[in-house]
Write a protein that binds this ligand. Structure first.
Ligand code: PAF
Length: 280
């Protein structure tokens, strides 16, 4: 496995592979890899001849008061995980490589980015679309892999690929969970012992919603009220949002008609956790 720090190194390597008729998968990450990332890398290795993993904590997608400075980083460990999962190349650029001085061009999107995480994190998806678009141009992948835990991000990237005619397939992969149901996330490392004990309530509330819909309940208010009640039994939990939206437009719905998405963001102290489930 090779490590590239410059865009040119990645371009040259990918050009060589493509010249040999090989297919390329890209797994964009911000590092501090966990089993969720590992599953994306393994899927890419299965689907493609070569796999590039990008590790870049993208400053553009963090708000002023967010955790850019403290975002966990461990490149040695990440490299080991990539190697073991079968990646061929890590792209690990410095911020100046991605955003040199006089950088003025951005990729942004209307509508899909308004609600859910977009309302509490203005500018976040502009940062995500810009960096992911750049990574697509740099690594020229045939397929790119993203986790379904970030359901809005996945929908936004799929839409960007359609709208801007990127010639690649976006593959969404299932959320990987801890034994108690908590979705794996690099940010779980911020949780105190007590917060970690209470955090599985996110998954419990979503499981309740799944069971309610299976039993024939479609009224969002009824389901949502019970989810709020469940989460509020945990004294350290602060609900940022619990939303039911159309699975494609991400616009709020009052009845669960498939396909739909239930998504939530809950804070435990300074840690913001997200999770979701699909009804299809
Ligand atoms: O999901 C993430 O880790 C990031 O948003 C991504 C897609 C790597 C872009 O920086």
């Amino acid at each position: 496995m090779n490590i590239a720090e410059t865009i040119n190194q990645v371009r040259q390597t990918v050009k060589l592979w493509k010249g040999q008729g090989l297919t390329v998968g890209l797994v964009p990450t911000m590092g501090f890899l966990h089993e969720g990332h590992e599953s994306l890398i393994r899927q890419s290795v299965k689907d493609n001849d070569r796999t590039v993993v990008s590790i870049f904590v993208n400053p553009m997608q963090f708000g002023k008061n967010e955790d850019l400075e403290t975002y966990p980083r461990d490149f040695q460990r990440d490299s080991r995980i990539c190697q073991e999962a079968g990646a061929d190349l890590i792209f690990h650029p410095a911020p100046e490589e991605m955003y040199p001085p006089q950088f003025f061009t951005y990729t942004d999107m209307d509508t899909l980015t308004d609600g859910l995480c977009g309302s509490g994190r203005p500018g976040h998806f502009r940062g995500v679309c810009t960096v992911v678009g750049k990574l697509f141009h740099i690594a020229a992948p045939d397929r790119a892999y993203f986790g379904q835990k970030d359901a809005q991000q996945l929908a936004v990237i799929k839409k960007m690929v359609r709208d801007l005619n990127f010639d690649l397939e976006v593959v969404g992969c299932p959320t990987v969970r801890e034994a108690d149901g908590l979705a794996k996330s690099s940010r779980n490392s911020y949780l105190s012992e007590e917060e970690r004990k209470q955090a599985p309530v996110l998954r419990q509330a979503l499981s309740y919603a799944e069971a309610a819909v299976r039993a024939g309940e479609t009224d969002v208010k009824t389901i949502r009220d019970e989810m709020i009640r469940m989460i509020e039994t945990k004294p350290l939990a602060r609900i940022e949002y619990i939303e039911f939206v159309d699975g494609e437009t991400l616009q709020p719905v009052s009845r669960v008609e498939k396909p739909a998405l239930a998504a939530l963001a809950v804070r435990f102290g300074k840690t913001r956790l997200i999770d979701n489930c699909f009804f299809q």
